[in-house]
Design a protein around this ligand. Sequence first.
Ligand code: SAM
Length: 230
Amino acid sequence: MGFCGRIKREKELDYKKLQERMVKDQLIRRGIRDKKVLAAFYKVRREKFVSSELRRQAYEDFPLPIGEGQTISQPYMVALMTQSLELKGHEKVLEIGTGSGYQTAILAELSQEVYSVERIKSLAQKAQRLLKRLGYNNIKIFSGDGTLGWKECSPYDRILVTAGAREVPLSLIEQLKEKGIMVIPIGNLYSQDLKVIKKKKDGIRSVTVEKCVFVPLIGKYGWEESTING
Ligand code: SAM
């Protein structure tokens, strides 16, 4: 097929329809019920966050590569993590692991302001440009080690970690407000438990809501880079 033919087929693909099908078949069917979360998934166009070669797969039921060995998470996982944060709209949210910026956009639709930290500078810059172009003005992105949190702007009502950690970084617990909620995958390099942690006056309560597999959280209070790269 020639170049023109490819462009035509790309145009013919009805992303809105694929998006609606993804919300119904992957999210609602698996128990995502929060109406505001579902509305955000109907609004944010996932195909804008992946490369042109992968655009046709943007609404499939699995993670996709975004470069630098990283991934945009499976839609259901993004939805489950978002729903678990119990956002009402007034919150200040810290996200660790900006990646493509898709989850960041979903959070920005549902909260007051989002602070997002990404370890890989090129991904942070790309996400920042895209989110600005899409018109988001309640997102701040910083490139650095998110296991340290983002202390200058703390405390946060909610914290979401989108990479797999060995244990909950103490710095993140410290930067979470009392009555705040943190969602974080905890486990080994191959499999984790998605934990929902609530910070109470007398300590923290933690429940596991799902099994998951995330790329590793690399940093001072995460995995060492040398462990990952052998
Ligand atoms: N939520 C993202 C999206 O929607 O595209 C996907 C995030 S991806 C599964 C995990 C991201 O965490 C990767 O981009 C990775 O570089 C980043 N990461 C890993 N360790 C980190 C750290 N210590 N601080 C900040 N980001 C980190």
